[in-house]
Design a binder for this molecule. Structure first.
Ligand code: KG4
Ligand code: ZN
Length: 326
């Protein structure tokens, strides 16, 4: 089954064609990141305007790269939430128009579920059930138990900032560009010392996280100081270690409580090399992570999620919904 996945929840305009939920025939991502780097973060209005410019060329490129015509598609999947309403609407309305004009089924797909299904793409040994999913992105930090396709039990999540948001905000404090995860990871490679930073909620009995205190702790120590490259590297490594530690303390607790044998890392922060290495070392279960370009927002993960949870809906019933959750 050939599914076109369309993803426009935030600042990436993405479309991909995936066969049977696993084989990527094309995966095109256009990002308005450079514009957001200038403003140090995403301005929703700017993101939506850029989505509008990119959506048709991105879909065209995805079909061309897969050497397909629109009529060859079996279905269209589109992210209908959560995300920025303006950005989401552009993908949703474009996908609806396409589905209507081509008389193809359309499958509304949850962005968070999409991130988890990145682990099924191009993977000869796909995850089994039950598995524990650590979903870490710019807007979310959630621990979820997945008992079957489309069956999720939410265990806990962040009470304030998301892990990716913490990378982004501390990067800004360190004078590093947006989005902050990749430059923090790179700067951290040159670190020579680690500063003491808190691991908020590390001993709480729930599966919740908190990252805003971490950002504040860094701010209190670096704001108004001119840091040299070595100090930036040391702070970057310290923040990265504190985030990874906080994430894995709760993940390990959940692995033990729910006795799962597999953990799936998902979302943009799952692209972090330190998180991957430490998860494999500390969790002592099989850890899945997609390659970095499938961890960050893309259309292939949406097509995969739609294939394994195939539920077409009349296009008149589909709307962007920024508040969707599991
Ligand atoms: O999943 P995603 O592309 O978009 C959302 O759904 O939010 O995640 C974006 C987030 C950003 O906060 C970015 O800083 C973070 O993922 N990120 C990383 C890395 N690559 C992206 N964080 C840490 N290390 C990375 N290598
Ligand atoms: Zn995302």
């Amino acid at each position: 089954m050939l599914i076109l996945g369309v993803e426009t929840s935030c600042d990436e305009t993405a479309a991909a064609v995936v066969e049977d939920g696993t084989k990527i025939l094309s995966n095109v991502v256009a990002s308005s990141l450079e514009l957001h780097a200038k403003t140090g973060g995403i301005i929703p209005e700017t993101a939506a305007r850029e989505q509008l410019k990119a959506i048709i060329p991105v879909i065209e490129n995805a079909l061309n790269e897969a050497s397909l015509k629109p009529a060859d598609l079996d279905a269209i999947a589109v992210t209908n939430g959560p995300g920025l309403f303006g950005s989401l609407s552009i993908g949703v309305e474009t996908a609806k128009t396409l589905a209507y004009s081509l008389s193809k089924p359309i499958v509304p797909t949850n962005h968070l579920v999409g991130h988890i299904y990145a682990n099924w793409l191009e993977n000869s040994t796909p995850p089994a059930f039950p598995n524990l999913d650590l979903l870490v992105s710019g807007g979310h930090t959630e621990l979820v138990l997945m008992t079957d396709h489309g069956q999720f039990q939410w265990l806990g999540g962040t009470r304030d900032d998301a892990a990716g948001e913490c990378f982004d905000k501390t990067a800004r404090l360190l004078g590093l560009p947006y989005p902050g995860g990749p430059p923090i990871q790179k700067a951290a490679e040159k670190a020579r010392k680690i500063y003491a930073l808190p691991r908020p909620l590390h001993d709480s009995k729930d599966f919740d996280f908190s990252f805003s205190g971490l950002k504040t702790a860094v701010a209190l120590q670096v704001e108004d100081k001119k840091l040299n490259d070595q100090e930036v590297a040391d702070w970057a490594a310290s923040v990265q270690e504190a985030i990874v530690d906080s994430l894995l303390i709760k993940t390990k607790k959940a692995v033990e409580k729910y006795k799962v044998k597999e953990v799936l890392l998902a979302g943009g922060v799952a692209a972090n090399a330190k998180l991957k290495v430490e998860a494999a070392k500390r969790l002592q279960v099989k850890v899945y992570t997609a390659p970095p370009k499938l961890c960050t927002d893309n259309g292939a993960m949406i097509a995969a999620a739609a294939f394994f949870n195939y539920q077409p809906v009349p296009f008149q019933q589909i709307q962007a919904d920024s508040s969707l959750f599991f």
